[in-house]
Design a protein around this ligand. Structure first.
Ligand code: AKG
Ligand code: FE2
Length: 392
C-alpha cells in the first residue's frame, strides 16, 4: 500500500483474514466452506426458513416485477443474524433480463450519476449503451482489445445520489428514483414484512472477474429501521457477512444470479464484503437461469416501455459472461422525515470501508483495508490499474 493512503491501520482481524483468503488469485481458494443456499450446502445447521408475508404481494404484482408468486420463493435466515433474509433467485424465467438491461442500457443514463462522469465530459458519457453495444457484441475474448465504455462502468447512483467523498446523501443531490426499480423493491420489501418501504437511493455496482468490494457497513442512510435490499445478476460471487464489530469472523456465502438479500433489523448494520467473483466453469457460459431467457413470455414488459429485446439481450449476455451486477436499494429517510439541518448532522459515513467501496481489482492493494476514496469515488477493486475495486 502506498504511504499515506491508509485511513487507519487495522490489525489482522478475522474478517480481513478471510477477505484476503477469498480474494487470493494464486492458488485459488478452496470454496467448499462457502454456504450455498441454493444447494443446501455448507449450512451446518445455521440456516433457518424465513417466514414471508405471502399475502402482501399479489401474484399479478410479483409477475409484473418479473418475480414468481411469493408462495414459491425459497427464503432463508441465519441463526444469530436476525433480520437477515436470503431469497434464492425468486425471478421467473426471463424475469431477470429486464433488470440486467436496465442496469446496462437505462440506469446509466442522465440524470443518474456514474463513475465515468467524474473524469469525462457529458457528451462522452451520454448513451454508453449506444457507444458500446456493437463493439461489445463483436468482441473476442482477447484481453488486449480496448474496453468499451460499458466495461469501464463501475457504479451508478440513483435517487438520492450517494456522495463518495462526504459519504452522505443530501437533499440537493437528488433525481427521480426509477419507477420500475421502486416497484420491484416495494414487492420484495413487503414480502419480507416491510410494506411501507420506500426506495429512495440506489447504488449499482458493476464487477468484473477480478473485482472485489471491500469490508464495510452501510450506515449513511438516516433511518436504519428500513431494510437494505440487494439484487445480484450475472456471474456468482462470494459474499462475506460479518458482525457488528469489524473483528468478528464473517460467514462466507455464494450469491448467484437472481438472488436477493435483505439486511434489516439487527443485521442492517453488519459488516460485509465481496472478496471474489466466481465465474461459471470454463468462463464462457452464463448461469443457467440466464441462458433460458423467455422473450415471448417476458414477464416485465408491462413495467417498461422499452422491453428487453433479443438484440438487447445479446449485448447483455456478452457483458455478463465476464461480469456481475449488484443493485442495492435503500430508504434514506424515516417515514415522514426530512434531512436535518447541517448543524444537527451526526450521521453519515460508510464505516470501515476497507478495501474499496466500489468494485476494485488491485490485488496488491486490496487486502480489505480502508483506503482514501479514489478519484472514481467507490470501493470496487480490480487487479488492473483502472478502478475495478468497489470502495463506496
Ligand atoms: O455486491 C454486493 O453483493 C454488495 C454490494 C454492497 O454491499 C453495497 O453496495 O453496499
Ligand atoms: Fe454494502
Amino acid at each position: 500500500m502506498a504511504a499515506g493512503l491508509s485511513v487507519r491501520e487495522p490489525g489482522e482481524d478475522a474478517f480481513r483474514k478471510l477477505f484476503k483468503f477469498y480474494r487470493r488469485r494464486n492458488p485459488a481458494p478452496d470454496l467448499s466452506a462457502v454456504t450455498d443456499f441454493s444447494q443446501n450446502r455448507g449450512t451446518e445447521g445455521k440456516v433457518l426458513d424465513a417466514q414471508l408475508s405471502v399475502s402482501a404481494v399479489s401474484t399479478q404484482d410479483a409477475r409484473k416485477a418479473g418475480l414468481q408468486p411469493v408462495s414459491e420463493w425459497k427464503a432463508y435466515g441465519l441463526e444469530g443474524y436476525p433480520g437477515f433474509i436470503f431469497i434464492s433467485n425468486p425471478f421467473l424465467p426471463g424475469g431477470q433480463c429486464h433488470w440486467v438491461k436496465q442496469c446496462l442500457k437505462t440506469y446509466p443514463q442522465k440524470p443518474n450519476v456514474c463513475n465515468l462522469d467524474l473524469h469525462m465530459g457529458a457528451g462522452e458519457t451520454s448513451d454508453l449503451w449506444g457507444k458500446s453495444k456493437e463493439q461489445l457484441r463483436h468482441k473476442g475474448s482477447g484481453r488486449q482489445e480496448p474496453k468499451t465504455l460499458l466495461e469501464k462502468l463501475r457504479w451508478v447512483t440513483l435517487g438520492f445520489h450517494y456522495n463518495w467523498d462526504t459519504k452522505k446523501y443530501s437533499p440537493e443531490h437528488h433525481t427521480a428514483f426509477p419507477i420500475d426499480l421502486a416497484f420491484l423493491s416495494r414487492q420484495v420489501a413487503a414480502a419480507c414484512g416491510f410494506p411501507r418501504f420506500k426506495a429512495e437511493a440506489g447504488i449499482l455496482n458493476y464487477y468484473h472477474l477480478d473485482s472485489s468490494l471491500g469490508i464495510h457497513v452501510d450506515e449513511s442512510e438516516l433511518d436504519h429501521s428500513c431494510p437494505l435490499l440487494s439484487f445480484s445478476f450475472g456471474q456468482s460471487s462470494v459474499f462475506l457477512l460479518g458482525g457488528l464489530r469489524r473483528d468478528e469472523a464473517p460467514i462466507p456465502m455464494f450469491m448467484h444470479s437472481g438472488d436477493i438479500m435483505v439486511m434489516s433489523g439487527v443485521s442492517r448494520l453488519l459488516y460485509h464484503a465481496v472478496p471474489r467473483i466466481v465465474p461459471c466453469p470454463g468462463g464462457t457460459t452464463l448461469p443457467s437461469c440466464l441462458s433460458q431467457m423467455a422473450f415471448h413470455n417476458s414477464a416485465t414488459i408491462s413495467l417498461s416501455s422499452d422491453p428487453c429485446t433479443p438484440e438487447d439481450w445479446e449485448v447483455c449476455s456478452k457483458y455478463l459472461l465476464n461480469s456481475r451486477i449488484n443493485m442495492t436499494v435503500r430508504q434514506v429517510l424515516g417515514p415522514g422525515r426530512t434531512f436535518p439541518a447541517e448543524s444537527e448532522e451526526g450521521h453519515g459515513a460508510v464505516r470501515g470501508y476497507e478495501g474499496s467501496y466500489h468494485p476494485d481489482s488491485d490485488e496488491e492493494h486490496n487486502d480489505g483495508t480502508a483506503k482514501r476514496p479514489k478519484k472514481n469515488g467507490s470501493n470496487l477493486e480490480s487487479s488492473e490499474s483502472d478502478m475495478s475495486s468497489i470502495t463506496h
